[in-house]
Design a protein around this ligand. Sequence first.
Ligand SMILES: *Cc1c(COP(=O)(O)O)cnc(C)c1O
Length: 407
Amino acid sequence: MSPRTLSPDNYPLPDARGRFGPYGGQFVPETLMPALAELERAYAEAKADPAFWAELDDLFRTYVGRPTPVTYARRLSKHLGGAQIYLKREDLAHSGAHKINNALGQALLVKRMGKQRIVAETGAGQHGVATATAAALLGIECVVYMGTVDMARQQPNVFRMKLLGTEVRGVDSGSKTLKDAINEAIRDWVTNVETTHYLLGSALGPHPYPMMVRDFQRVIGLEAREQMLAQAGRLPDAIVACVGGGSNAIGIFHPFLDDEGVRLIGVEAGGLGIETGMHAARFADPERSRLGVLQGVKSYVMQDEHGQIALTHSISAGLDYASVGPEHAWLRDLGRAEYTYCTDDQALEGFKLLAQLEGIIPALESAHAVGHVLDLAPTMPKDSIILVNLSGRGDKDLDTVMKALAR
Ligand SMILES: *Cc1c(COP(=O)(O)O)cnc(C)c1O
């Protein structure tokens, strides 16, 4: 991928205020505004500099192992008896998921800004591990905040981060989970803004994060576009990706926005079913999900009648979040992308089938995209094509799956 194509210079969104239609923006306390303004300036300069993209492209090729392959899922396609299914293999990226693309992009920006320190928060630990990896590679000090409840649940990832030289700070306030860790990470950033960058892990948060994270993840779609033309001789009829905050989905969707024949389908976590309220399907449950502000950005937010953030549920930690990236909300309004959901049970079906028919153990997040394809593919003709973004590998989920299958 040439630096020229990696650099996303011709796309008009977000607007100057960081809005995607009515979504996005910067809903943060005054104390954060200078830090965001500095970040906006630094990223605008980097974005316009071919040398920045050349350096990122070099890391993508020589460290991450990009381009990740596209695999034709022959046996799964035959089994479902409809569309031909292809997989974009982000599970083969170094550290096991797409998150490394964004972590490296922001870490390079940190170097450019002359800062020496990164703070981040993590829930399940996947974003913490990607950030710790990038920090180790580039020699940047790294502190990851994590709720103590999450630390107890995710010990292997805590150990991985420590091995990578990152300091993991347990957060013992509130519910001792992700949202408390976010508060602590932001407090640290504001206090140490001269030296420190806040490395956000999905297409979320105040402007410029949703744009910047998207730009770093676009490499997935840029590669996939070339690979589909080379391997299948044409573009797919549909692209399917799971949506937590929305970074892997926006990354693969974005280079296809102008290709009107390509359906873009985002899959949210349906948990135990929409009617139970135990899910994270922000677009599928108008009773529990409304326009609101969470983590500095306006988008759909799962909330109760008093506007308190609702408890969400998913078998996959990476999809278990109350809000969704603002650009997805806008693409949905425009009718350019469609959003559906996949329950825990259906995701487990997808997980098992992909393992048994293709020899690939997917992340539980990615298994939601596969789970939807089990329904979608049989409805499409045999000469049609679905491309699934396999956002990560399943090693981290073996314990969860073992327990779920034992029930
Ligand atoms: C974190 C994660 C996700 C969800 O995050 P997005 O920003 O929605 O992509 C999906 N898949 C994997 C493997 C993850 O680690």
